[in-house]
Design a protein around this ligand. Structure first.
Ligand code: NAP
Length: 248
């Protein structure tokens, strides 16, 4: 089945890591990829260059996903300029780890606001355009821990489990208009987010992975690209685990 190449794609948090790899995976002749970031302007410029090198057009904006008005302005601007929106990937995420007894309410709120509420803000605007188009794909980047749980990450786990709930609710709500909504749940992927781990923590993590290694951002991006493809047209409300077997 041939894949449409001239799609309009929005990726949140595209300045590095998995978000950058997702932007690159969609890049190709005719593709228009709009992504935002929190503060890493240089990283965003690098992603734009990589999209261009692959033949696509990449455009970035510094937009905090926790700001409802800024997300609205960003997405409505894209939809106005590009004339439509084919794919939204809610990828922006942060961690503020700590045991529950020591977790500050501000750490809870910060993680919920970026990882879960940010996806709500973006999905709301995207859904309006996609409902009119009677087509569209929304893909949420959850996490293995949203299904398995993880000590020291109550805020992050709750947000990632919440994203799975959001995925299923929107899948049911938007299906009649030809819109699919799915989640990708990465396992342990080497990015800036996981760079702070010690060698011992890294070793302990890899020991839990049947495939015996960390995953790559490209492997996550490939799953996202599949869920956005024509071949995945009949898949909705699904959580695709890409974790080397660490959780089944
Ligand atoms: P990363 O390297 O830390 O990149 C995070 C991205 O999100 C950056 O582009 C960052 O922008 C952006 N971002 C953060 N807060 C934002 C905000 N308030 N508004 C807009 N953008 C914001 O993380 P990653 O490892 O690629 O993770 C990407 C996604 O995958 C996250 O949702 C994460 O939870 C999930 N995930 C990661 C792993 C893993 O092992 N790495 C596993 C499971 C799930 P700046 O660069 O400007 O800060």
């Amino acid at each position: 089945m041939s894949e449409q190449t001239d799609r309009v794609i929005v990726v949140t948090g595209g300045s590095k890591g998995i978000g950058r790899a997702v932007c690159e995976a969609f890049a190709g002749p005719g593709a228009r990829i709009f992504f935002n970031y929190a503060s890493d302007k240089a990283g965003a410029a690098e992603t734009e260059q990589r999209i261009a090198a692959a033949g696509g057009v990449g455009s970035s904006a510094q937009v905090d996903v926790t700001s409802e008005s800024d997300v609205k302005a960003f997405l409505e601007g894209v939809i106005k300029d590009a004339g439509r929106l084919d794919v939204l990937v809610n990828n922006a995420g942060v961690t503020r780890d700590g045991l529950i007894v020591r977790m500050k309410a501000s750490d809870w709120d910060a993680v919920m606001d970026v990882n879960l509420k940010g996806a709500f803000h973006a999905s709301k605007i995207a859904a309006k355009a996609m409902l009119k188009q009677r087509a569209g794909r929304i893909i949420n980047i959850s996490s293995v821990v949203g299904a398995s749980g993880n000590p020291g990450q109550a805020n992050y786990v709750a947000a990632k489990a919440g994203l799975i709930g959001l995925t299923k609710a929107l899948a049911k709500e938007l299906a009649s208009r030809g819109i699919t909504v799915n989640a990708v749940a990465p396992g342990y992927i080497e990015t800036d987010m996981t760079a702070a781990m010690t060698e011992a923590q890294r070793g302990a993590m890899v020991a839990q992975i049947p495939l015996g290694r960390a995953g790559t951002s490209r492997e996550i991006a490939a799953a996202v690209r599949f869920l956005a493809s024509e071949e995945a047209a009949y898949i909705t409300g699904h959580v695709l685990h890409v974790n080397g077997g660490m959780y089944m």
